[in-house]
Ligand binder design. Structure first.
Ligand SMILES: [Zn+2]
Length: 343
């Protein structure tokens, strides 16, 4: 884990996007492939299956998305590696798949988004914001995707990569088939955000199976990239989208990753000085009554025991720096059993 503060430098991001676009160009010349939108392609085992996938009502087996949040860059080298392995023949496609960059425009600026959060923009009415328009461009791909793996990263470090998605039994099964060992965070009974939908919610609403993979703190971390690549290959294989050939590396996992949902959301005070205690990271344990933040002269304590999720430090580079404050200080998760999930 590198102390990168969630910021990758722009020249490196530019190079990775150029690598991706070079691979897309090679695929569009050498492989059965159609461009759906900028930085978004459907690629398959033969041109007929790609054309069928793109027909009205057609289906794309699996879509893998990167940089839906522009600063969460680890997905860039992952999707480029996948494309290059498809080009080399190391991965043999058996069904049409989608590969896309969500928000390369924001990525090139080192920002999470430009006008509004793309991952709260799907299924919402189009307005003049760039993300609303980009959501509209990507919706055709997402609506015809049977499975979606959307690769994200967190603001703060994380003790582990994890899956997060709105509860659906089939989403949980998909996550476990990709990795038995990664923890799963799921939630139900209310949308994640009241504006537009997240990519996974949108795919679910269209009858597909969408999940999000959070790799760890934003940046080009090699360990995170390796985990994201392994998960993507497993997603290709387990959905019957591809034979991943020499990449096959099934590990013996002795115990399944834990299952979590949130048990408390600590709101961000709307006024006054707020200082989160330093060093909170994702999955860190807290006990009820532990100090979480200072609000002016008042202490804010953890209302319940559990594990921290999405602590919101405001610092240069975060969307709220010099802007409206975040809605939440952090969430606290509890472990649940599969029996406690809604049926
Ligand atoms: Zn994200």
């Amino acid at each position: 884990m590198s102390p990168n503060n969630g910021q990758a430098d722009i020249a490196t991001i530019e190079r990775h996007i150029a690598d991706f676009r070079r691979a897309v160009k090679a695929a569009s010349v050498g492989l059965p492939c159609v461009q759906i939108a900028a930085d978004a392609i459907c690629i398959g085992q033969d041109m007929l299956s790609v054309q069928r996938a793109m027909d009205p009502g057609g289906e794309i087996h699996l879509t893998i998305l990167a940089v839906v949040h522009g600063n969460e860059v680890a997905g860039l080298p992952i999707v480029t590696k996948l494309l290059n392995q498809i080009l080399s023949g190391a991965i043999r496609l058996q069904a049409p798949i989608g590969i896309a960059l969500g928000n390369s425009e924001a990525a090139l600026l080192g920002r999470r988004f430009i006008d509004q959060d793309l991952n709260r923009s799907f299924g919402a009415p189009v307005n003049h914001s760039r993300e609303a328009q980009r959501a509209h461009e990507l919706q055709d791909l997402l609506a015809r995707s049977q499975f979606l793996l959307d690769i994200h990263q967190t603001r703060e470090p994380s003790q582990s990569a994890f899956f997060i998605f709105p509860w659906q039994r089939k989403s949980f099964d998909f996550a476990r088939r990709i990795s038995r060992e990664l923890p799963v965070v799921t939630h139900w009974g209310g949308a994640f955000s009241k504006d537009g939908m997240c990519s996974d919610e949108f795919v679910n609403a269209k009858g597909g199976t969408g999940i999000t993979l959070e790799l760890g703190q934003a940046g080009f971390d090699e360990d995170q990239i390796a985990i994201g690549l392994a998960c993507s290959l497993q997603a290709l294989e387990t959905t019957g989208s591809a034979d991943v050939g020499p990449n096959k590396l099934r590990k013996k996992v002795h115990s399944a990753g834990a299952l979590y949902t949130w048990n408390g959301i600590i709101p961000y005070p709307p006024t006054g000085d707020v200082t989160l205690v330093p060093g909170l990271i994702n999955f860190q344990t807290v006990a009820a009554g532990d100090l979480i933040a200072k609000h002016d002269e008042q202490d804010i304590f953890a209302p319940v025991s559990g594990r921290i999720l999405f602590p919101k430090y405001v610092r240069p580079g975060t969307p709220e720096f010099g802007g409206p404050r975040p809605a939440e200080l952090c969430r606290i998760m509890k472990t649940i059993t599969e029996e406690e999930l809604p049926s």
